[in-house]
Design a binder for this molecule. Structure first.
Ligand SMILES: Nc1nc2c(ncn2[C@@H]2O[C@H](COP(=O)(O)OP(=O)(O)OP(=O)(O)O)[C@@H](O)[C@H]2O)c(=O)[nH]1
Length: 334
């Protein structure tokens, strides 16, 4: 009988692990826009995406506007509350789909949390469940900060503070909407609040590096699972079964954001409009309203909905105003 080989002579071949970046940031900070840009870059072609949204109906996977099949949606809740099970299942399901030849192999994963996610439990899933997630390695947590609204959100919302505190890197968006003074105030304040590297703009040339190239995370605050959930916020989903008038709808959203921006944290909609075959996306983040955008690659069967997230106390006013906006948009009254 042959003797067993001397273990000292065996080469241990490390299994390749897939880097995972968790991308977080308060409602409307620009996470989906970053992923849309990332997926258009040749160097990010082999990236899989897991999207989690607050509320039952997710739009982000559609707004990414990629035909990529490597996008998994985790709707109906916040990953923060279900992280350990759902995230592990989503990561495993990506692997299984590759094994079955349903999707091409991927070299990295990006997990977009909902804007209301408290990221502790997501990070904890990697630390406390290493066996189930052994094929993956956490690269780090990137927190997206809105250059215009970010500081206010950090002051007002505990979730935004948690997202900042747990970050391994901050990525500032919407600098195009600030002036030099605002920008330098923001950077000084962020440096005061956080010791991690701050990327002052997400550039196409650097985006893949900014998202995937990080020092290994050492999160010391992961000893207790956050039991926080989204009690302070409420959401509303309206199905948009009729086409709307583009200009009337946009004007209604602008009006609403102007009047209720303090409590209307986020509004996004995908609607059919009169006079054009392409659906259009509409976005507001507090008082900021983006121009409407025609969507070229959306399946006909995708839901046409409006999703609004607001401070729970303001629900009644916002529901009433939104109904008004909808009636005018369908009737074409500005
Ligand atoms: N001007 C400007 N607008 C931006 C930038 N990044 C994102 N936006 C706009 O901000 C709005 C929100 O962007 P999203 O990418 O949907 O933000 P998000 O963080 O995914 O939003 P939630 O999923 O609701 O949390 C959209 O209207 C974007 O077009 C930026 O760098 N500059």
């Amino acid at each position: 009988m042959n003797a067993l080989p001397d273990p000292r002579t065996l080469d241990l071949i490390p299994e390749q692990t897939v880097p995972v970046t968790v991308l977080t940031g308060f409602l409307g900070s620009g996470k989906t826009s970053l992923i849309r840009r990332l997926l258009a870059l040749p160097q990010a072609a082999d990236t899989a995406v897991i999207v989690n949204e607050f509320g039952e109906i997710g739009l982000d996977h559609l707004l990414i506007e990629s035909v990529d099949e490597n996008i998994v949606v985790l709707p109906g809740g916040c990953l923060c509350c279900q992280a350990q099970g759902d995230l592990a299942r989503a990561l495993r399901s990506l692997q299984d789909k590759v094994a079955l030849g349903r999707i091409p192999p991927f070299a990295r994963v990006i997990v977009e949390t909902s804007g209301l996610a408290y990221p502790t439990a997501i990070l904890q899933a990697f630390v406390s469940d290493p066996l189930r997630l052994s094929r993956y390695r956490l690269t780090g947590l990137v927190t997206v900060i809105d250059a215009v609204l970010g500081l206010g959100q950090i002051w007002r919302h505990e979730t935004a503070r948690a997202q900042l505190a747990l970050a391994d890197r901050l990525l500032v968006t919407k600098l195009d909407l600030t002036d030099e003074r605002g920008r330098s105030r923001l950077m000084n304040e962020l440096r005061r609040l956080s010791g991690v590297p701050i990327e002052a703009a997400a550039t196409d040339a650097q985006l893949a590096t900014q998202l995937f190239d990080m020092a290994p995370a050492v999160h010391q605050h992961l000893t207790s699972v956050a039991t926080w959930h989204a009690a302070a916020f409420d959401s509303l989903v309206l199905r948009l079964s009729s086409p709307v008038d583009l200009h009337a709808f946009q004007a209604g959203i602008e009006n609403l954001a102007h009047q209720r921006g303090e409590s209307l944290l986020r509004l996004k909609a995908m609607a059919d409009i009169t006079g054009d075959d392409r659906p259009v996306s509409f976005h507001a983040v507090q008082h900021l309203v983006a121009p409407p955008r025609f969507l070229e690659a959306i399946p006909r069967t995708a839901p046409r909905v409006l999703v609004a997230i607001f401070m729970a106390g303001a629900g009644e006013d916002i529901r009433r105003d939104l109904r008004d906006v909808m009636v005018r948009a369908v009737e074409g009254v500005r």
